[in-house]
Design a binder for this molecule. Structure first.
Ligand code: PFF
Length: 474
């Protein structure tokens, strides 16, 4: 059956799309805080080693699987080896679950961006009269219909771009990715002139961050935190890069792209910290992690800056939206393209807009419990509701539970199995043929061979076991 899958217009468009998928919420609130709280520079070094030995490797593996098979994860993995089809399914399921909370969080950012825009343009309090970040955050998260509304708006935006296929993804990323780096650098420069900003750099880059966050350095904890963060941040282990790789032309270089994307993602993570922490310290705010940092703390930071704060605040949340949506569209694309490709195998034609709409509706449905849970503030709502407190020991709320299932379990498992499928079942030469197609050179071939077969699977197994033990409270 003819399946018109589309192709990226240029290598730059592929790189933009892959960088867009990689840079997201994970960079903005995950990395900088984890770096500060887990040792600063030593954490950065561990992270970088993992990016090189595992991130770059899995990136190459996924792109090669995608381009060689020309399919999205489920069909692609079944073509690699029938018994690995389940890995593709894990990917689709992960993408679906991540979108369940990701869309809610982007929805928050849309609300904040609108709030600051109102303050800037109309001059009225854009946050319902609230004067502190914490006040507004609690009021807003408890306003479930409002959260659902902004989640809906976010999904509409994603639907708009994903329904157009590669052309739509390119359209968003062409503006979103340069816009993202521009805003990030703009905020970093602004921060440089804030009195007291230095503390922010100290928090991130020296071991003092641990004292401030009340943590002590633990090598294994740092390793497992960095491992989970690295996979999530690089969108690996769940087939997003298989999907994007499947639209990559044969003349583009997988060998180079496998390095470029992790490089920019890591830069963005460090830049994000340099944009957020100096402002946090300059305004005397706390460095607490998670949604609190991105919403409560940063809201307070912009409020203390007076009128300029409205402008910077609006751009900051626009940055969160750009980063979030370019990742969300890749998550949605994994699910959408998998359905279309699986139907094509069965000789069934699909209408992309219809499939994307159905996917968006399904995501909307699973995002509602996240909105209702109010990041755990809603408290105990009965046995089914609190499933996570039984199944996901250690999960503090439903969002944490969704996160544990994906980043904690399915993604490291997916990355491990993809390396095993390529390195051992198909054989490394299968991948190497694809990377060196058209007589392309591949300088790091032997490095990849060793890492695909041994280093990356062992590291992933370690991350998996230790993350699992931590969820069991060990
Ligand atoms: N990499 C994204 C982030 O750092 O926020 C999250 C993500 C996007 C994970 C796409 C997985 C994925 F397929």
């Amino acid at each position: 059956m003819e399946n018109n899958r589309g192709q990226w217009n240029s290598n730059l468009m592929f790189v933009f799309a892959a960088i867009g998928s990689a840079i997201g919420m994970g960079n903005l609130w995950g990395f900088p805080y984890k770096m500060g709280a887990n040792g600063g520079l030593p954490f950065l070094l561990i992270y970088l080693v993992l990016v090189v030995l595992c991130g770059v490797i899995c990136m190459g593996v996924e792109m090669a699987i995608g381009r060689k098979t020309g399919q999205s994860p489920v069909v692609a993995m079944s073509m690699v080896a029938k018994k690995f089809t389940i890995v593709g399914w894990f990917g689709v399921l992960s993408a679906f679950i991540i979108m369940g909370f990701y869309s809610v969080l982007i929805g928050y950012a849309v609300r904040y961006c609108v709030g600051f825009m109102f303050q800037l343009l109309v001059g009225i309090n854009g946050f319902g009269g609230a004067t502190t970040g914490a006040d507004f955050f609690v009021t807003f998260t408890q306003d479930v219909p409002a959260v659902i509304f902004f989640t809906f708006v976010t999904l509409l935006l994603c639907l708009f771009y994903v329904s157009k296929g590669t052309e739509g993804l390119e359209k968003f990323n062409k503006i979103g990715i340069p816009g993202l780096f521009l805003i990030l650098v703009g905020i970093i420069i602004y921060d440089l002139f804030l009195p007291g900003a230095k503390e922010g750099y100290v928090f991130m880059f020296s071991t003092k961050g641990m004292e401030i966050a009340g943590e002590t350095f633990n090598f294994f904890k740092a390793l497992r935190t960095a491992g989970g963060q690295m996979l999530f941040s690089l969108s690996l282990g769940m087939g997003a890069m298989i999907t994007y790789g499947s639209y990559l032309g044969k003349k583009e270089s997988i060998a180079k792209n496998a390095w470029i994307i992790p490089l920019f993602d890591t830069l963005a993570a460090i830049f994000a910290g340099m944009a957020i922490f100096p402002a946090v310290f300059a305004t005397g705010n706390s460095v607490n992690a998670g949604p609190g940092l991105l919403f409560i703390t940063m809201h307070d930071v912009f409020t203390t800056m007076g009128t300029t704060g409205n402008l910077i605040g609006m751009f900051f949340y626009l940055l969160v939206i750009f980063a979030g949506v370019s990742s969300a569209i890749s998550l949605m694309e994994v699910v959408t393209s998998s359905i279309i490709d699986m139907r094509a195998v069965k000789e069934k034609k699909s209408n992309r807009t219809t499939v994307t709409t159905l996917v968006a509706v399904a995501i909307f449905i699973i995002s509602i419990p996240i909105a209702v849970d109010q990041l755990g503030l809603a408290g105990d709502q009965g046995i089914f509701w609190n499933l996570y407190s039984y199944l996901g020991a250690g999960s503090q709320d439903l969002l944490d539970f969704y996160d544990m299932l994906t980043e904690g379990l399915m993604m490291p498992l997916g990355a491990l199995l993809m390396c095993v499928a390529v390195g051992w079942v198909k054989g490394f030469d299968w991948m190497s043929e694809e990377v060196t197609v058209d007589n392309k050179t591949w300088k790091c071939k032997n490095f990849f061979r060793v890492c695909v077969k041994y280093v990356a699977p062992i590291l992933m197994a370690f991350v998996l076991v230790s993350l699992f033990l931590s969820y069991l409270g060990l």
